[in-house]
Design a binder for this molecule. Structure first.
Ligand code: NAD
Length: 244
């Protein structure tokens, strides 16, 4: 893998695992975070300890100027050849009939508008670099619908899947692959926003493999999709869900 990879939401969870998995393979990264600068600094320092430069940039993916700033910072480490469109949010459990409009708008703003803005910026940089790969982080929720929990979140991830299908065809001739991963139940801090203590423990009983996944297990799939080993894979999304 040559060039710099931009990872959105790299301060914790799946994004942090991707940054460190790339660093271990000698890949420079520039990652965004929304809050918790200390956590972001620890990830960047750990990547450096692994031998690869890494820059943490406070940036909201739903803000156009922040996205441009993130990619400009990345270029300081060399040409950008990859994007992991990972930043995402969930919300407390709610039936559709009770949904608040501001919550729906914020979910779509971060998960969909943010993914589009980053993909758009990435296409410009990857074209300039002569090609590269975009990996969109979706969710099994896109397929399962998440009734009674967050259908709005599930719909936002279905939009991410469609971005993968459509954009892949638009840019294939430019040497750019666009792929996705659909994590199932992964043990990260994102579940705290569901408002249900013990959510992970309850749901992992529904996973055929009998456990929730680890962020590292998603990161390994992302690294493979970014690599030349996946050179003929584009326009598709891989489930990383223990069979769920
Ligand atoms: P997390 O909450 O642990 O981390 C999210 C990261 O995104 C953080 O670094 C946060 O700072 C960043 N972020 C949030 N809003 C942002 C914004 N507006 N701009 C920039 N950065 C922002 O979450 P996670 O579990 O690691 O999830 C990562 C991705 O995987 C998300 O897109 C999520 O929807 C998806 N996913 C997670 C699971 C799971 O079970 N954990 C399952 C399916 C999909």
């Amino acid at each position: 893998m040559k060039g710099t990879v931009v990872v959105t939401g790299g301060s914790r969870g799946i994004g942090a695992a991707v940054v460190l998995a790339l660093a271990a393979r000698g890949v420079p990264t520039c990652f965004s975070y929304s809050t918790h600068q200390e956590a972001a600094d620890v990830v960047a320092a750990t990547a450096a300890d692994l031998g690869s430069p890494s820059i943490a940039v406070q940036a909201d993916v739903s803000v156009e100027s922040d996205v441009k700033r993130l990619f400009s910072a990345a270029q300081g480490l060399g040409p950008v050849t990859g994007l992991v469109n990972n930043a995402g949010i969930t919300a407390p459990q709610s039936r559709v009939v009770d949904l608040d409009v501001d919550r729906i708008r914020r979910l779509l703003d971060v998960n969909v508008v943010g993914a589009f803005l980053c993909a758009r910026e990435a296409v410009k940089h990857l074209t300039e670099a002569g090609g590269g790969t975009i990996v969109n982080v979706s969710s099994r929720a896109a397929v399962l619908g998440s009734p009674g929990e967050y259908v709005d979140y599930a719909a936002s991830k279905a939009a991410v899947d469609t971005l993968t299908v459509g954009l892949a065809q638009e840019v294939a001739a430019d040497g750019i692959r666009v792929v996705g991963v659909r994590p199932g139940l992964i043990r990260t801090d994102i579940h705290a926003s569901s408002g249900e203590p013990g959510r992970v423990e309850r749901l992992q009983k529904t996973v055929p493999m009998g456990r929730g996944g680890e962020a590292d297990e998603v990161a390994e799939a992302v690294v493979w999709l970014l690599s030349d080993a996946a050179s003929y894979v584009t326009g598709t999304t891989l489930d990383v869900s223990g069979g769920r």
